[in-house]
Ligand binder design. Sequence first.
Ligand SMILES: Cc1cc2nc3c(=O)[nH]c(=O)nc-3n(C[C@H](O)[C@H](O)[C@H](O)COP(=O)(O)OP(=O)(O)OC[C@H]3O[C@@H](n4cnc5c(N)ncnc54)[C@H](O)[C@@H]3O)c2cc1C
Length: 415
Amino acid sequence: MRIVVLGAGVIGVASAYWLRRAGHEVRVIERREGAGLETSWGNGALIHVSSVQPWAAPGVPLKVLKWLGKEDAPMLLRPSAVPKMWRWGLGFLRAARPAQYRAGSLANLKLAIESAAAMAEIRAATHVQYDYAGNSVMKVFPDQPSLDVAIAEHLSLAPDGLQTEVLSRDECIAREPTLAPVAEKIAGGLGFPQDEVGDCNKFSQGLAAWLEGQGVRFHYNTTVEDVVLKGGRVAAVRVSGNAGDSEVPADAVVVALASQSVPLLRRLGISMPIYPVKGLSVTLPRSVWPDGPRMAVIDDSRKFVLTPLGDRYRIVGSAEVGDTSTTPSPTRISSVTRGVAELFPHLTNCESLPGAIAWAGLRPMVPDAQPRIGATRIPGLWTNTGHGHTGWTMAAGSGRRLAQMMSRNDFAGAA
Ligand SMILES: Cc1cc2nc3c(=O)[nH]c(=O)nc-3n(C[C@H](O)[C@H](O)[C@H](O)COP(=O)(O)OP(=O)(O)OC[C@H]3O[C@@H](n4cnc5c(N)ncnc54)[C@H](O)[C@@H]3O)c2cc1C
């Protein structure tokens, strides 16, 4: 079967991997000059099985309203965005009810655990190098009440497979000695043996290169304009750019365009509730602090993640609704790096250190945080999109689920 995957972010590339492994003829269309150059470029680099709970949690909608329009809030909702996203907002409110939140958390945990196993298979089969580090993620808390809430939340997921280690302050410092000078700012922490670190962009590029060796054709610098239907089912993809042909024939198409899935699907009469939620990162050469952290440290109260990534550090944070540009705003960047400096004074104003790269990306968020993996009502048209804040964590498993579904359906789609 000829399958055309739209988008060479981590989701598109992982889909291509499993579809090729299932024996299909696969092409990937990507508007950029390579794989993993948009949202998959500068993310937090965490394969975080421990943090796949939906953002729509009980109590969060109220907090978001409290932060409305506040430039330095951890989650900033710009008032100008509200009229355009009322339907998405209603979905978010619905998803934040306790039963829905719990169901969403369990469904995502299942996919994340599957995904970690799928990732291990990809590593073993391809030897792709992406600054991988296992069991290297820790969350710290400033006080006992916030630690207790997190312990209860994480332990409630233990029967469904989440492994959590409760760490005293001393145990946190034993794992990450650079925290010793700020010991009084930490009450304790959680360790996550299933979590991993790795560079999503390097993985996407490395896997794409490996797949080219397996006969998958990547058409870079090529923009998807439309999906062509014949007799009501998928027949081709209309492209502009380097692919040569203006139509790429297809028996099936996988839409993996993150936030850009929305306009394409809308043209086909399919509504996809993805809203782009902007996030930021700063990548630093390790030389700015050669003896710095070895563990990824997450601090939810100070709203940052600091990830050692090969010979670099990556600092990530911020969620902003209503700005769909990928230009990092200095105010938002400093609201993240201020938090980092409280725990790691070596990194004060780190965005100005030599070699620092500030970046912004758009998380493709669906209100209930359940990625849309599967058939559409158009025969031959499939989606693997809407992975929000957990696309790197879910990529390998989502690609495998999709390939299994497509193979079972013999590409007919859900007519
Ligand atoms: C600040 C930040 C931190 C994050 N941290 C983490 C983390 O630690 N762990 C985690 O699991 N997730 C994290 N995420 C989420 C994760 O990065 C995303 O969910 C994931 O990258 C989405 O992958 P994707 O392939 O769907 O999207 P993308 O990587 O954006 O890929 C979509 C591709 O489609 C292409 N495209 C779009 N339109 C067209 C068109 N018309 N024609 C051709 N090509 C087109 C784009 O160029 C792009 O390459 C983070 C996100 C952000 C922003």
